[in-house]
Design a protein around this ligand. Structure first.
Ligand SMILES: *Cc1c(COP(=O)(O)O)cnc(C)c1O
Length: 409
């Protein structure tokens, strides 16, 4: 008899965006003439930039030719891409990485979900709350999260991020083995200063904690003082793994490419107290379970680092950030409390009069025909907030803001 992994049965049944789609569909059925604008789901809308398209065409042509055809590539990614990453994403920030510390992936979701395989099942984990659901769910699947009690997992330490603490999580008062951080943050759109991030790195060094740092939105940072990488902090190489993605940076949600940084200095202990090199362990894991990102996708990613690519990618990010600015201004003028939106494509809005997230979601849908994401879907501390994304078309964004003005007046 094959027995299932029963930890999967503990996962919440409903996926947040499926729930939202169901409610939006119910509205559309009863209001067939209404045009609904979605500022809900976090997917990009603008096409790939010309430099990327050109590189992909060229790569496809190479695949069509016997002399230049490529089969399996290196599990860790092609050297040309890993060198471009080291040179463009880290060197200008004073971070010296070796290409052997870069692992090209098929998007950050896989690696943020898989990375927990490197540590024992009985490690404790800490997460900021609200949170990108992958971090917790991937731990639930192997039994590390415990069981749900009052909407929280019993073996997870939650670090609430709310307006009250200015979205700056407090260090846990007990030691935690693994901490997930995501900055700029999805869903709140808020960032962390170097000073605050230094506290986390120091905590990790002192407590022998491993930090999994998700930097998927670093390209959206506008403020020059905000760190783009945890390795800008001294000592971070000894304690942190960092995840990057071209999905939000360059519209690669359908192309699939990103990378994970596992520094050579990073170690974790065996029960017997021996230190183990995690770069080597992750390499071993990838060679067994991952056969690399497609050559075409990696050529596409490398094109982002060309002068034209950089300029074009920035233009698209500016387009989204203009949306964010417009939304921020309108919502603030309407008297709402708005967070994020300055260094990230997400706005985190407090519902008026302490209304529940789902209730506000429904009212906005039925009265303004605009879709948001209920904050509570990202964790208990998200109750009383909604998330809006700046990833839409400018015209939709403008129209949505006009509707909200009329609605909230
Ligand atoms: C979108 C997103 C990612 C990236 O996902 P991909 O698999 O690279 O498309 C990673 N982390 C967070 C928090 C995200 O929102």
């Amino acid at each position: 008899m094959a027995l299932v992994n029963e930890h999967f049965l503990k996962l919440p049944n409903n996926y947040l965006f499926a729930d939202i789609a169901k409610k939006v569909n119910a509205f559309k059925v009863s209001h067939p003439k209404a045009s609904v604008i979605s500022l809900g789901i976090g997917d990009v809308t603008q096409p790939l930039c010309p430099a990327v398209i050109e590189a992909m065409h060229k790569a496809v042509d190479e695949m069509a030719n016997k002399e230049t055809f490529r089969g399996y590539g290196p599990e860790q990614g092609y050297q040309f891409l890993r060198e471009a990453i080291v040179k463009n994403d880290f060197l200008p920030r004073g971070i010296h990485l070796d290409p052997s510390e870069i692992f090209v992936n098929d998007g950050a979701k896989s690696d943020t979900g898989n990375i927990q395989e490197l540590v024992r099942w009985d490690n404790s984990i800490g997460v900021t709350d609200p949170i990108y659901p992958v971090y917790i769910d991937s731990n639930v699947m192997i039994g590390r999260a415990g069981v749900v009690e009052d909407g929280k997992w019993s073996n997870v330490v939650y670090m609430p991020c709310t307006a009250e603490n200015n979205f700056t999580p407090q260090l846990p008062d007990k030691r935690v083995d693994i901490i997930y951080l995501c900055y700029p943050n999805n869903p709140t759109g808020t960032v962390i200063t170097k000073e605050e991030l230094r506290k986390w790195v120091n905590y990790a060094i002192k407590n022998d904690t491993l930090i999994f740092y998700d930097a998927a939105y670093e390209a959206y940072i506008q403020d020059p003082d905000i760190p783009h990488s945890i390795y800008e902090i001294k000592g971070a190489r000894k304690v942190a793994i960092e995840f990057h993605s071209y999905s939000k940076t360059a519209g690669f949600t359908g192309i699939r490419c990103g990378y994970t940084v596992v520094p050579k200095e990073l170690t974790a202990a065996t029960l017997g107290g021996q230190r183990v090199d995690l770069n080597h362990l992750w390499y071993r894991r990838q060679c067994t379970k991952f056969n690399g990102t497609s050559y075409v996708s990696q050529c596409a990613a490398a094109a982002i680092y060309t002068p034209e690519g950089k300029q074009q990618v920035k233009a698209t990010i500016d387009y989204y950030m203009d949306n964010a600015k417009l939304m921020y201004r309108t919502l603030t003028e309407l008297g709402l409390e708005v967070y994020g939106g300055r260094n990230a494509p997400y706005l985190w809005v407090k519902t008026p009069d302490g209304m529940g997230s789902w209730k506000f979601f429904e009212q906005m849908l039925y009265e303004a025909h605009v879709v948001c994401t209920p904050g509570v879907g990202f964790g208990p501390a998200g109750e009383g907030y909604i998330r809006l994304t700046a990833f839409g078309e400018k015209e939709d964004c403008l129209e949505a803001m006009e509707r909200l003005k009329k609605w909230l007046k």
